[in-house]
Design a protein around this ligand. Structure first.
Ligand code: SAH
Length: 350
């Protein structure tokens, strides 16, 4: 619930509206979920709230640690279904990779989440509950961290849920995260990118480009048939112009598919025409499930160096968590389906 929704709830319980702000603080800043603990509210109101209201936070059902220390969580949602959320540290930087949907509707051929289909959107409460649960489990308290909506789902498909969650996360009386610490990654829903540009509270934008021709992008990312590259780039340019912010292109490198010399030249051209930096992501393999391979490491480095030599802002983003199947594109909760069972499964049940 937002501040306004809480104020209305508290009013309905017979208190003044400002009690809504107090409850807001308990929930989102102190992250206490039992109304009996809300000691700055009158005792009778607390008791009444405890009877009439419930704070549901996702429950941890599984926890797997990869060899690089990345932790993948399975979280059972109050509204049903399970998502995976990933906790990563790099030096002293902490990043949570959050899910916005159970499954995904976008059908990208290189992403395991697509194999689930879309089950449903997460509510704003489930999204911030996901964050709060992991914050608590990792003992982060008030340590700052980054959130990337790069877990399960297409965040801009669940536009209202994700933006409501972002507003809760940046509210100074709540989680108080800086908005530059939150990034939404999209497969390229052009109209939603344009809508995002006009939001007063707006996370950073990353766009999964992944191909330099419509012919290939149509094939590996069916969303391209609806919003082809030119349409997508027009939306990105509008976003950059309206916000004055630079965005990021992501480019998953698939061996022999989108990593040729011709691709590199087309990428360079695209980058010159757009105020974006580029993250190259070597493909994370899921053998038996995803029909692609990662290029050799030397090829990945050569592509980066070639683009750098042309003066373009490029870096390689090596994914973390692969040994826990926690890397980009590897998140999925699939009990049975085609192919071999998924390696390695969430083997720790709590
Ligand atoms: N739906 C959103 C966010 C989730 S995916 C999006 O498409 O952007 C986050 C990033 O991981 C995207 O850039 C996506 O292209 C990339 N990705 C998907 N599958 C991958 C895989 N198997 N290996 C590496 N990156 C992958």
């Amino acid at each position: 619930m937002s501040r306004e929704e809480l104020a209305t709830l508290l009013e309905a319980e017979g208190g003044p509206r400002y009690h809504g702000d107090q409850v807001f603080r308990w929930l989102y800043a102190r992250r206490r979920f039992d109304p009996e603990l809300f000691t700055d509210l009158p005792k009778p109101l607390r008791t009444k709230l405890a009877q009439s209201a419930r704070v549901d936070v996702p429950k941890i059902t599984a926890r797997v640690t990869a060899d690089d220390g990345t932790v993948k969580y399975g979280l059972a949602l109050p509204g049903g279904g399970t998502v995976e959320t990933v906790f990563m540290t790099h030096r002293d930087r902490i990043t949570l990779c959050a899910s916005s949907q159970v499954g995904c509707a976008l059908m990208c051929g290189f992403c395991l989440t697509a194999r689930m289909g879309l089950i449903r959107h997460l509510t704003a409460g489930e999204i911030v509950g996901q964050i709060a649960r992991i914050q608590e489990d990792q003992g982060l308290r008030d340590r700052p961290f980054n959130i990337v909506f790069m877990g399960m789902g297409e965040p801009l498909h669940n536009y209202d849920g994700v933006l409501a969650a972002v507003r809760l996360l940046v509210d100074p009386a709540g989680f108080a995260l800086a908005k530059r610490r939150i990034t939404i990654s999209t497969s390229g829903l052009a109209p939603a990118i344009e809508r995002l540009a006009s939001e007063p509270i707006r996370p950073r934008l990353a766009v999964s480009l992944n191909a330099t021709t419509d012919e290939l992008r149509d094939r590996i990312m069916p969303v391209n048939r609806k919003y082809p590259i030119a349409r997508l780039l027009a939306a990105c340019r509008r976003f950059a112009k309206a916000t004055g912010e630079r965005f990021t292109f992501e480019y998953v490198l698939l061996a022999g598919v989108n990593d040729t010399d011709a691709d590199v030249l087309r990428l360079a051209k695209l980058l010159r025409a757009n105020p974006a930096k580029l993250n190259l992501i070597p493909f994370n393999e899921v053998p038996g499930w995803l029909p692609y391979r990662a290029p050799a490491r030397e090829r990945v480095v050569a592509i980066r160096d070639q683009l750098l030599a042309m003066g373009l802002p490029v870096s390689i983003r090596y994914s973390r968590g692969a040994t826990a199947r926690a890397a980009c594109g590897q998140l999925a909760v699939i009990s049975d389906g085609p192919g071999p069972s998924l390696p390695p499964p969430l083997e720790v049940s709590l």
